[in-house]
Design a protein around this ligand. Sequence first.
Ligand SMILES: Nc1ncnc2c1ncn2[C@@H]1O[C@H](COP(=O)(O)OP(=O)(O)OP(=O)(O)O)[C@@H](O)[C@H]1O
Ligand SMILES: [Mg+2]
Length: 245
Amino acid sequence: MVEPNALRILVVNGKGGCGKTTIATNLAAAHARQGHGVALIDHDSQASSSHWLNQRAPDQPSIHLVQAHQRTAMYATRSFQQRLPSRISRIIIDTPSVVGDAELDHLLRGVSAIVVPVLPSSLDIRAADRFLQQLGNHRLLRSRPVPVATIANRVRPNTLGHTRLKEFLAQLDVPTIATFRDRAIYMRLADQGKGVVDVPEDREAAAELPQWQALLAWIDATDTRHRASPARATHHARSAYRQPA
Ligand SMILES: Nc1ncnc2c1ncn2[C@@H]1O[C@H](COP(=O)(O)OP(=O)(O)OP(=O)(O)O)[C@@H](O)[C@H]1O
Ligand SMILES: [Mg+2]
């Protein structure tokens, strides 16, 4: 069962390989460790989130998998939500690399917040710029705006790519909520059903934790804004995005 105040967090970007699954799975692990009932919805037919969750050991805080890429009527109508086992307060949605207009409409319905991972390459920056503009102009978000944030992913500090990405993100009208470094631990954990929060003894994982805390705090603030005043949860998605210089 989904709790009335459950948050639906959409991890999306119209570009492959930018870290959607890495962020969705780590987010699911982090919320589960916080004690939330978590559902991870895998919309990608590559089923990477499903693979990750299938590797998760039973002694880790549990996460409920919804394989929405199996396009049955149950997922189209969302009746699967009635079948979720425990009290679900966080729903994390992993999306495919290519999202058509109809699918984007479907994905945006009922979301509480949207996070867009962006990699430092110029191709990724251009794709993210286009996608953010598409999002900013989307009729569903114009009629019911929700908070949007970017995440700088696979960053190597003090490189040209890092500088370029920072400049691009700084001139957007949406906040950059976390910066994740390019670290081998993310690739290792992808095959273990764990997030960096599950291995704080690992030096690389520990170094990433403050950024995950920043992302979690932003999501929790979404919760507060929702309950305090739905209209205030909105202004980030309203603005027109500027092109990078
Ligand atoms: N911060 C990071 N540091 C190192 N490797 C990373 C990081 N983020 C993601 N990766 C690796 O980059 C690859 C692509 O990441 P991921 O699968 O999360 O992207 P995606 O956006 O879900 O891709 P797709 O569009 O194919 O679904 C994976 O091998 C993943 O382990
Ligand atoms: Mg993926």
